[in-house]
Design a protein around this ligand. Structure first.
Ligand SMILES: [Mg+2]
Length: 261
């Protein structure tokens, strides 16, 4: 069942009541942090709240790389990807590193407060991102770069995992756990399943998962179902509705060609 929520206090209340009546595993759509807060109202020490990184916590500060413009610049991006695949690996890495070096900003300025308030209530928060880790060209550690950026923006996932005994490479070369953050090149639900298996002492009763991609939410929902956990998936689409400056697509395409060369 697909549920669509948008709005403030009254709608928030209705949304919460409606959700309560809708079974144990649900996905809702919202661009509103107030709705997310209300869905997290019942979170406690047996709840795991998971945040995707790209386009949920942070987005590129470079206008040309912001998600709402993607449908209009897809042709340029596709051409770049095709060309890139033909390059030697070291050249590909240089281009990726160039994109990683572009600074990021918060999708919603209030997100750090929400995360901190969950941590203050003893709710465990985790970041789960489908991104590589380790060295890429002249960047020594993607995970360090991401972690320091998040901290600079007021988000500290490590605070939730002060004494957790889990290996850096808890699964295989494709996935790492670093300061409360999982970086994986596997499917997110596979990485999460392995992560939960490494934490036998933590019996989470409920999982709340924020992601901008429906397919990630569906897969983690299926995992939660198998593990008999309550699941609230939140398809967060704020990057598409937040106020942006007016943009000249012709200039944006020029800018993209410049950035991807
Ligand atoms: Mg994302």
């Amino acid at each position: 069942m697909r549920i669509f929520y948008r709005g403030r206090l009254f709608i928030r209340l209705i949304a919460t009541l409606f959700f309560v009546g809708c079974g144990n595993q649900q996905i809702v759509e919202t661009d509103d942090l107030e709705v997310i807060k209300s869905l997290c109202d019942g979170a406690d020490s047996q709840t795991l709240v998971i945040f995707d990184m790209d386009n949920v916590l942070t987005e590129s500060m470079e206008r040309a790389f912001q998600a709402d413009l993607y449908p209009q610049v897809k042709d340029v991006v596709d051409k770049f990807r095709k060309r890139m695949k033909k390059l030697p690996l070291s050249e590909q890495e240089k281009l990726w590193a160039g994109q990683w070096e572009i600074p990021v900003c918060l999708v919603d300025e209030s997100m750090p407060k929400l995360i901190e308030s969950l941590q203050n209530r003893n709710v465990k928060v985790l970041m789960l991102t489908a991104n590589p880790h380790g060295k890429i060209s002249n960047i020594n550690s993607i995970e360090q770069l991401c972690d320091s950026r998040l901290r600079a923006l007021g988000i500290n996932f490590e605070k939730s995992w002060p004494s957790v005994d889990i290996k850096h490479n808890f699964d295989n070369e494709l996935t790492i756990f670093y300061k409360g953050e999982i970086f994986t090149l596997e499917s997110k639900e596979i990485a999460l399943k392995k992560f939960l298996e490494c934490l036998p002492k933590h019996k989470f009763r409920k999982i709340i998962f924020l992601d901008d991609k429906r397919r990630n939410l569906e897969k983690v929902k299926n995992l939660a179902e198998k593990l008999k956990k309550v699941f609230i998936g939140i398809e967060y689409y704020r990057v598409f509705t937040k106020k942006r400056p007016k943009t000249d697509i012709f200039l944006i395409k020029k800018r993209l060609q410049q950035l991807m060369n």
